[in-house]
Every structure is written in C-alpha cells, then in structure tokens.
Ligand binder design. Sequence first.
Ligand code: GDP
Ligand code: MG
Length: 597
Amino acid sequence: VPVSNIRNFCIIAHIDHGKSTLADKLLQLTGTVQMREMKEQFLDNMDLERERGITIKLQAARMRYVLDNVPYCLNLIDTPGHVDFSYEVSRSLAACEGALLVVDASQGVEAQTLANVYLALENNLEIIPVLNKIDLPGAEPDRVAREMEEIIGLDCSTAIQCSAKEGIGIAEILNSIVTRIPPPNDTSQSPLRALIFDSYYDPYRGVIVYFRVVDGSIRKGDKIYFMASGKDYFADEIGVLSPNQMQVDELYVGEVGYLSASIRSVADARVGDTITHFGRRAASSLPGYEEATPMVFCGLFPVDADQFPELRDALEKLQLNDAALKFEPETSSAMGFGFRCGFLGLLHMEIVQERLEREYNLTLITTAPSVVYRVNCANGDIIECSNPSLLPEPGKRRSIEEPFVKIEMLTPKEYIGSLMELGQERRGEFKEMNYITENRASLIYELPLAEMVGDFFDQLKSRTKGYASMEYSFVGYRESDLVKLDVQINGEPVEPLSTIVHKDKAYAVGRALTQKLKELIPRQMFKIPIQACVGSKVIASESLSAIRKDVLSKCYGGDISRKKKLLKKQAEGKKRMKAVGKVEVPQEAFMAVLRLE
Ligand code: GDP
Ligand code: MG
C-alpha cells in the first residue's frame, strides 16, 4: 500500500482498563488472527506477563483493513503498562502517529491514563478517546467523557463507546483510526532512519529488532549502522509482523517490521536507537534516545555456593535480552559470592528474580533493594554507592545525596487525609493538590525514591481500599541527612542487612528491624542476640531465646505419611536459608527492612 494508506497507532490505558482485550478484538475483526489460533491476549506472550496480567515487552501487529473499498495497512504497536518501563512506552509512542486512549467507563481517568496521555501529547500524537466496558451495569460513559475533557482537556464529543469484551464499537474504532490518524510523512527519498521500539534475543538468530521506518527504506542484505551503539551489521532478514514474522524484501517509509542481523546482544540494538545505512548515513539520529540507568540495586546470592557459575551464566543470558539489566560480582563475608544487580525499578527486579529461578532453576537469596546514593567524599571525590554496606565511613564523607521522585496520586476525596499522612511518613514534600472532579483529587509530592521502594504502592492501595492510583518520575539528586544502620546477629555483622536511613528515623527503624528479625529468624539451640548499630553505637537490641527443636516429637504413633510431610515441610523451609555464622537466616529476613510497621 502507498504511504498515504498506512496508519501507525498504539493503545494507551491504565492497567486493567482493557488494552489487551481491545487489541485482541482488533486483530480478530481484521482477520489478522483467526479465532481458532487466538489465545487469549495474543499480544502479551511472555508467560510471566500472562500470569501477572501486565505487558512487559512491546510487540507489534500489522492489520489489513478495507474502508470504502480502499485497503489500508494498520500497524498496532503495543506498549508496556508499567512505570518501570516508561522509556520503552515513550519510544513506542514515538513510532506512531496516533493513539487510542482507552478509559474504563466504569472507573474513569487514573494516574497511568494521565502519564500516558502526557507522553502521547509530547510525541504529537492524534488521540482518539475510547470509553471501554460500556456493557458493565456501572458504566457511566457520559460522566467519564466529561471527566476526560476536564482533566485532560481533550475534546471527547467524538469519543467512541465500546465494549472490547462484547465486541461492541470495534468497527467504529477501526474506521476512526483510518479517518482521524494522519498517515506517515513521505520522506522516502531521505537517507534511512528507522526507530527501534523493541528488541529481543533469539538463541538461534541473534537479536530480533522491531522498528519503524521513519525516513527512506531498507532492503534485505543492506549494510546497516546503529547510530547510538556505533555497531554495523548486515540485515540478513527483514519482515513484517502479521503478527507472526513474515519475510519481505524491502520495507518502505512509514512501515513497521523486524530485522535480524546476527546481533549478539540487545545492548547493541537497544530501544530508542536509530538504524541508518552504513554507506549513506543520516545526518542525525532520531530524538529521544536515553541510556538505561538502573535506579534500584540488590544483591543476588545462590543459596548453594556451587550455583555461583550457573548464576553468572544465567545473568549473562538474561542480559543479552535486557539492555537495562546491570550486574557485577559481589562478595560478602556473610553471603559468600554473588552479584550486585541493577534494575529500572522494583517490577523489573522481581521479573529478573523470577526468571532466574524459574527458567534457570536457581535458588537465590535476594537482599533488600537499595537506591544509588551519591557520596561527596572528604577528599573531593564523588562516588556512587548502590550497596549500603560499602558506604564510606562518616569521617570520609562530607555529604550524601539521594534520588528523589515526583509522584502524582489520584484518589477519591475521602482518602486525601490518609495519603497525606503516607506522604509525610515517607519524608515527602507536599507540592500541590487539585480537585480534578468534584469527588477526586490529584496529590503531588516529591519524596526520596528510597522511601518508595518497598511497600509504598501497597500502602497507597490499602489506605484507599484500592481506589487510588499513582505515577512517578525521577526529579534528581538531593542532599539528605543519612546514616548507615548495621545489623549484628550473634555478634557478627550481617552486611546484607545494612541499610541507609534518615538520621531522624534511625532509632525507630533499628527498633522495628530488630523486632522483625526476631520474628523471622527461627530459634536455634542457643540464645541469639540481634542488634542494630549506627557506627559503633548499639541503638536497638533484641534477643532470640533458645529452643530444642524436634519436629518429629509432635507426631504420635507411627503415622509415616504425616512424618514425611513434616520432614518435607521442614526441608522446604530450609530451602531459602543462608547460614550466617552459626545462624540460619531465612530469605524474608533479608527483606525485613521493607516491611516494618
Ligand atoms: P489491560 O491491563 O489494559 O491490558 O486490560 P485487559 O485487556 O487485560 O482487561 C482487564 C480486565 O477487564 C479483564 O478481566 C478483561 O476481561 C476485562 N475487560 C476488558 N474489556 C472489557 C469490556 O469491554 N467489558 C467488560 N465487562 N470487561 C472487560
Ligand atoms: Mg494487558
């Protein structure tokens, strides 16, 4: 089809508002995916995504659609639905001219809706408002449309009412994609520029790159050059996504497709990079490329020291597929050999941990996540510290800076008070409050990222009965009065339990942490002191009394199966223990600092 008949679009929505369901229906109605091959939610194809109901990796699909006897090519580019991946969201939006803005008509505008709309507006996208779930008895499309007009300032008189689930309004959506979203600019004569909006590692073919041709065209066999990574390759295979990969010889301006070029690691062809021809290079790369900067770090240690080489292999393999994952060896006297790993955020961290355990069969101890502190040393050096146990001694540092985030919370008005308390407890600085409708308010705070890592989101949800939503973005480093809190168990320092806390909170955290550890560490045959210290000063201490632990004595008679069960249970409990000196410390203890009352 000519470039004037191409439409590139994405779907933006708050989680659970129906993005995946709608995408499925668009694929069905255009005959792109037949009913019988339709697994539910075709676009979210990683197991983990399916289980968690989130979209992690972007995918794309090409659809054919005929309107008034004219064939159109519609490219749907899926976007991940979590703040950890907002850079990926912004690059996938940059590959489009328009966006369907899906809002659940029984819920209304949420924090992610807003964040995604801002990104779409920054990328100059034509936005088509869609009110989904009108089949629900509680749907109020008119009220929600007014809300969208008020909050976003978007004309919603032409908003489409639909039910992705029941298949209502789908054709109308396809028609408006054609009539309202502009075609790509025809820059077919310019040197090639293609925007990478996704890439993944295939063990047989190397990295598969998903891209949008922004200028010029690309042919199979072309020698190509990646402008950010500086690497060059031959495009062995190019093709379209329909939605399965289908080889073609050439892709023209405006088109969306994939290529493979025996690329060894996704870091060489990262999201946001620009592909051009090696021989006829574009003068400048497409805007918006950013290096991946991990915001959250933790230690990963194999429970069984023999698994260290396997852990390294597994991390290397995952990194081929994940340019944002960083790791380096870490040794600790308490934990032995392991790795310090960097992630974009908590969800990213959990995904990597889960994959290491599921796909690589590793049993790991994970230490509590830490942000990256910037330490101004007495000798004038500035160092980045992502491992609390390595923080320079007080005499060797002048000040510590920590990363701050701006968060926007949307909440029904009755919970404003409890969210303000939450903001206060987490060292937040109140910035703004606005009523976005009569009943709902937006609260803006700036607070340390360290205070958000952990249970902030759970707290937000539980304090508002699940009704509030939030979004955050990094705003920069600020100086704070921080100290290092160390933990000793049975007289031995346990470095992985060290944390960096605000000076005013040290006593409270120390007390809560020692109490929590006392609950979590199983009693042993001897008495165990548990202490929290700042410097050489003990600020809190507990003691775990001794016990004679004989599980089997609880069994009466010779009930073999029950005995087995008990033994099995005990063995499972052991699985995630790490011997620190003479004391067995369970996984939960290493995360205790995140769950203090
Ligand atoms: P996503 O997180 O935005 O991708 O949302 P999903 O497509 O996964 O949908 C979230 C939930 O809402 C699922 O349980 C869907 O079955 C349901 N859902 C999606 N669209 C509709 C709809 O039009 N009507 C109703 N009643 N439920 C829907
Ligand atoms: Mg989804």
